[in-house]
Design a binder for this molecule. Sequence first.
Ligand code: FPP
Length: 249
Amino acid sequence: MNQLSPEEKNNLPRHVALIMDGNGRWAKSRRMPRLFGHRKGVENVRSVVNTAKEVGVPYITLYAFSTENQNRPREEKSGLMKLLEEFLKKEIRSMMEDGIRLRAIGDLSGLPDFARDIVENTIEQTKGNKNWNLTLALNYGSRQEVLRAIARYNRDHSSTPHLPKWDDFSPYLETGDLPDPDLIIRTSGEFRLSNFLLLQAAYAEIFVSPLHWPDFDRNAFIEALANYARRERRFGKTSEQIHQPIHTS
Ligand code: FPP
């Protein structure tokens, strides 16, 4: 599939979050080192961001490095951080030209200085951009994010212990100024969220692709978007309620 129908175009997700799995297996199947897969994976990030711009998906969030990934071998971690640096150095120009705003979620204090610096500088440089939104989850774990959010919430509300309303609490999450993801895509055929956006995913549609991340090309992304566009999102209501005409009197 390489095109969306007009009906599918009218029903696209606003925010797609991606769990980019399978770089290691992709490399192994070619008898290449894992970092070769990650490098190919970064090229694919460009392709997915370009497709998002082409079809009009304004928010993309990528699970680039999880808190659990900190347990990987030292060379793999430093290789990933160098790839991140390379990616941001290369992309800053087109991010400014295309109006892409970069954000990051996760505990950036756990990144090496050079990686944190370039992430923070790029966030600062792109903060006025308004067309597209790219968010990188870096040293990110959803449970840890929630605990940090509770701590920040309590700091601001210490004098009045109470059960907060969701709309008052959710801005304390690191995704505070992003809409919830409508669609979460995971590659490599694994059916789990792996500590990614657990609360934000409350009503997200989930799409699992059998392809490893480096093979998840434009057509595969378009197919996932078309699949989403054909689903009925009910948010706890019945199908009849969703399709019921709205009576104003
Ligand atoms: C999962 O594959 C992928 C990762 C742990 C890292 C994803 C990172 C990138 C694509 C590069 C950095 C990102 C940017 C935005 C520059 P895996 O290694 O878990 O694969 P496996 O499950 O087959 O071993």
